[in-house]
Design a protein around this ligand. Structure first.
Ligand SMILES: *[C@@H]1O[C@H](CO)[C@@H](O)[C@H](O)[C@H]1NC(C)=O
Ligand SMILES: *[C@@H]1O[C@H](CO)[C@@H](O)[C@H](O)[C@H]1NC(C)=O
Ligand SMILES: *[C@@H]1O[C@H](CO)[C@@H](O)[C@H](O)[C@H]1NC(C)=O
Ligand SMILES: *[C@@H]1O[C@H](CO)[C@@H](O)[C@H](O)[C@H]1NC(C)=O
Ligand SMILES: *[C@@H]1O[C@H](CO)[C@@H](O)[C@H](O)[C@H]1NC(C)=O
Ligand SMILES: *[C@@H]1O[C@H](CO)[C@@H](O)[C@H](O)[C@H]1NC(C)=O
Ligand SMILES: *[C@@H]1O[C@H](CO)[C@@H](O)[C@H](O)[C@H]1NC(C)=O
Length: 836
């Protein structure tokens, strides 16, 4: 007995008292939201009983830079498509455009998109390439509709959790986006339950309720095609014949009587009676292949994703109960063994049931197979049926052209592939990024874009001396991208992504605390459903973090790219952010010495970022919330500005980032849009003020002159009265000299012009000195402070050489791996040149 059968048996007591609903009398589902739009049409279009409204009159739904519509002048080209009259016009978008729909009832909705490309005098829709997304997820990415039935219709089943749905159409460069028609229609919430059986792990797959589903196949086995008007949810059901691997082993069967629906099993909304009334059955009387054989259907899907496979059954072939036994397989894995429909359906024939399975497709595999075969149960006649089948892709579309496409770039493939391939992708990303930046720059006009060579050159010579002091070159890195976790492991480690285990929420997604089987604690960052942007950041983060190892940088333990996921696992930092220790929490006060040590640790981390590799890496988001503390309060820099170095930077993202770190932002960067290491130094100066004053960098509740900590602090520092505004909890214990040195360091870091600011190495040195002054037993005189300086510099040198041994540094990759070299160059350039 399959697991589902046992599960259903538990429902028996209820089912016995259940009323039978007659399929014919089933009341059609009345959707709360029902938007049917014939895009680009001037007249309403009636398809069966439904009217698709002309969007020309619906200005409230559409926001587009230009009002462009086109007529298909060759109606015969669409005559083979269902609902062909919807394809006669198209709405064309030559820039990002949105349809927005108020949503009356949150929950599951069908989003159906119709595309048929045609060329007119002015537009070549046949070469168009674009993306379609909702607020939450990508539906179609780099989609290239073809003039055939495989791409003309795309259906998604999404759980809408907002009061409105915004469908965005984003044309790629030198391309248009278009849409012929669209539907946004509510579906009953029980259409997709939260759980299905995973055929690989044999455990329940939970969380379907929030997954986005993309319909790949919906078939009525052994029967005719079903058009939307015959289905309560206006679905289309195709025929199965072409998918049969050996049609000679199967036969059509049908039943003209009543199909019974019982509560707890299927319903007319889950599949109409006409689906259950026909089936494909094992052609048992075929003797040429022996008495035992399977019937298999094969489907082309996108590898590397998980699929929900829903099988519909109804025993329309048996004359008596308990005579039909069979097994079902997906990808040759047992899905349900020895199915006895009679026992599932409360001892009645002709009752509709369905079973849900989840199957993970390997990266390189595009063939999903579904098999029905004889049961091994004693005395069972070799037989088996399947009445209906649905195959839906889980999660948002990574990319691709939808149905039947395999020309996609998938994260799994990329990470699994050689570094050479990764380098290529990054080169492409960089090229794309440059082009894109140029485009943005051209659009913005007031902002300047300087090619990397102009400024990069100067900055390099400035940094040359520094680099020679602390180049920590190691050539060991050969493309090890860190550890790849299976999803199940991280799911277990985080108690199935328990909301109570969330330790942070960021733009990327949520961060959970986790414990691996070997008791290692990890911080697990789970990306929002895959958007292309997130994908690039994810790649960048893995790539960079895997190559950077330093005591004062938070390290990456591994990642997971299974099932459409983007998950990163970092070392767990017991004591959270520096910020949380400074203000706004109940955490115990940090002493001045502890604070100084934390500043020194983070300065080391940043110094390493700037100088540890052949070319500087600019963090770009230095702030107290990005400095984490381990169980010993040792500081480590996190979030190495990676999200900002990702090539898919778009404008909204930039502005969010700017806003998010407002108060830390280098005014010169702000003015000139040029990014250097000195921008990090400025931000770090603000962190230093935050550490000593223990207040937010921007506090709008304060009087005007106090709102911005950097301004406020500098005002007092310049007067030599920084002591007036420092954290009262530590002011008594700071030695004046230590404070003076610290204040001077802050002042230098916050200099208006980058060239006036010290390097991170100098900042580090000054902080070490401030600590030394704090620790000194007697008040310092100028003389012994000079002695200390020499003493100290040798100490700093020692520390540096120690670090050299401990670190697995980046820098110069081994020469025997050329792709590695080029990638590393490209990468540093990407980092270094951005914004210059
Ligand atoms: C289309 O139908 C809508 C609603 O049914 C109606 O308000 C509108 O006037 C119709 N438009 C045209 C052009 O007939
Ligand atoms: C499309 O056809 C309608 C009439 O069916 C006409 O009014 C309109 O001008 C045409 N639009 C274009 C762009 O050709
Ligand atoms: C939709 O998602 C929400 C959580 O985001 C969940 O509570 C709800 O059950 C989901 N609805 C369905 C129909 O699965
Ligand atoms: C089964 O039914 C389908 C749909 O009616 C039809 O296309 C197909 O030819 C039938 N197959 C056999 C073997 O009769
Ligand atoms: C039995 O199966 C074989 C192999 O597919 C096929 O060639 C043959 O036509 C089938 N015979 C009958 C009677 O269906
Ligand atoms: C049917 O297919 C399954 C999975 O591939 C296999 O284990 C089983 O032996 C097959 N049965 C027959 C009778 O070929
Ligand atoms: C997938 O199916 C196609 C077409 O049937 C076949 O050519 C190919 O070899 C199959 N690939 C695998 C991995 O089975």
């Amino acid at each position: 007995m399959g697991i589902l059968i046992r599960f259903r048996l538990a429902l028996l007591p209820f089912l016995l008292t259940v009323t039978l609903t007659l399929s014919n009398s089933a009341i059609a589902f009345n959707p709360a939201d029902n938007y049917l739009i014939d895009c680009g049409s001037l007249t309403n279009t009636t398809i069966g009983v439904r009217v698709f409204v002309a969007d020309a009159g619906l200005s409230w739904t559409l926001t587009t830079p230009k009002d462009i519509i086109a007529n298909n002048t060759k109606p015969s080209s669409v005559s083979s498509l269902d609902s062909s009259s919807l394809y006669l016009n198209a709405r064309i978008f030559d820039g990002t455009s949105f349809y927005s729909f108020p949503i009356k009832q949150k929950g599951r909705h069908f989003i159906r998109l119709y595309f048929f490309p045609f060329d007119t005098q002015d537009f070549k829709l046949t070469t168009s390439k674009f993306s379609v997304s909702t607020q939450d997820a990508m539906l179609l990415n780099s989609f290239h509709p073809r003039a055939d039935s495989t791409t003309a219709f795309q259906e998604f089943l999404v759980n809408i959790t907002h009061d409105s749905l915004t469908l965005s159409f984003l044309p790629e460069s030198n391309s248009m986006a278009f849409v012929s028609a669209l539907e946004v229609v509510s579906v009953p919430d029980n259409l997709i339950s939260d759980t299905a059986q995973n055929v690989q792990t044999k455990t329940p797959y939970q969380g379907l309720g929030v997954e986005q589903l993309q319909t790949f196949y919906r078939l009525n086995m052994g029967g005719p095609k079903i058009l939307p008007d015959t289905d309560t949810l206006w679905r289309t059901w195709g025929t199965d014949g072409v998918f049969l691997v050996d049609a000679g082993l199967a036969k059509n069967v049908s039943y003209s009587g009543q199909i019974d629906y019982v509560t707890g099993a299927s319903s007319p909304d889950i599949a109409p009676g006409i689906v259950y009334s026909t089936a494909t059955e094992l052609a048992s009387q075929n003797t040429t292949v022996g008495p035992l054989f399977n019937v298999t259907w094969k489907f082309n899907v996108d590898g590397g994703f998980s699929y929900l496979v829903r099988m519909h059954f109804c025993d329309i072939v048996s004359k008596a109960l308990n005579t039909l036994y069979f097994s079902a397989y997906i990808n040759s894995l047992s899905a349900a063994a020895d199915i006895d429909l009679s026992s599932i359906t409360v001892n009645s024939l002709h009752t509709a049931v369905f079973m849900d399975f989840v199957v993970d497709m390997p990266d390189m595999s595009n063939n999903l197979s579904v098999t029905i075969g004889p049961s091994n149960t004693n005395n069972a006649l070799p037989d088996g049926i399947l009445n209906g089948l649905e195959v839906m892709k889980l999660g948002s579309s990574g990319s691709g052209t939808g149905l039947g496409s395999h020309s996609k770039i998938k994260i799994g493939a990329i990470l699994g592939a050689s570094l050479g391939a990764l380098a290529l992708v990054i080169v492409a990303a960089v090229v794309f990024f440059f082009l894109r930046r140029r485009r943005i720059a051209r659009k913005m006009q007031s902002k300047t874009w300087l090619p990397s060579s102009i400024n990069g050159g100067t900055s390099l010579s400035l940094e040359a001396s520094r680099a020679s002091i602390a180049t920590t070159v190691a050539s060991g890195q050969n493309g090890n991208l860190g550890y790849r976790f299976s999803f199940v492991v991280l799911q277990e480690a985080t108690n199935n992504f328990d909301e109570n285990w969330v330790i942070g929420v960021g733009g990327f997604g949520k961060v959970y605390k986790g414990v691996l089987r070997d008791e290692t604690k990890v911080a697990v960052k789970r990306g929002n459903p895959k958007s292309q942007q997130g994908l690039n950041e994810f790649r960048t983060e893995i790539e960079l973090l895997s190559r950077l190892r330093h005591r004062h940088l938070v390290s990456l333990i591994g990642y997971c790219d299974e099932r459409n996921e983007m998950i990163l696992a970092y070392e767990y930092m017991e004591n959270g952010t520096l910020k949380s220790h400074l203000y706004g929490s109940e955490l115990p006060n940090l002493t001045w010495k502890q604070r100084l040590e934390i500043c020194i640790g983070s300065a080391r981390g940043l110094h390493y970022l700037h100088t540890g590799s052949a070319k500087a890496i600019i963090h770009r988001d230095v702030k107290s919330a990005n400095i984490l503390l381990d169980e010993n309060l040792m500081a480590k820099v996190a979030d190495f500005g990676l999200s900002k170095t990702g090539p898919e930077l778009d404008q909204t993202h930039v502005s969010t980032a700017v806003k998010g770190s407002f108060g830390y932002l280098d005014p010169e960067y702000f003015r000139r849009q040029q990014l250097t290491e000195k921008s990090d130094v400025y931000s770090f100066g603000v962190v230093l003020l935050e550490v000593i004053c223990a207040r937010p960098v921007i506090d709008p509740t304060l009087p005007r002159e106090m709102v911005n900590l950097a301004e406020w602090g500098m005002k007092w520092q310049k007067r030599g009265e920084l002591d007036q505004i420092i954290d009262a909890r530590i002011s008594g214990s700071i030695k004046p000299d230590s404070l003076r040195k610290f204040g001077e360091t802050v002042e230098k870091c916050l200099a208006d012009f980058g060239v006036e600011r010290p390097s991170m190495g100098d900042v580090l040195w000054n902080l070490e000195y401030a600590l030394q002054l704090q620790e000194a037993e007697s008040p310092d005189t100028e003389v012994n402070s000079i002695n200390r300086i020499t003493e100290l510099s040798s100490q700093v040198e020692n520390i540096r050489s120690l670090e050299r041994v401990n670190e697995v540094a980046v820098g110069t990759p081994s020469l025997d791996d050329l792709s590695d070299v080029s990638m590393s160059r490209v990468f540093s350039q990407l980092i270094k040149s951005e914004g210059r």
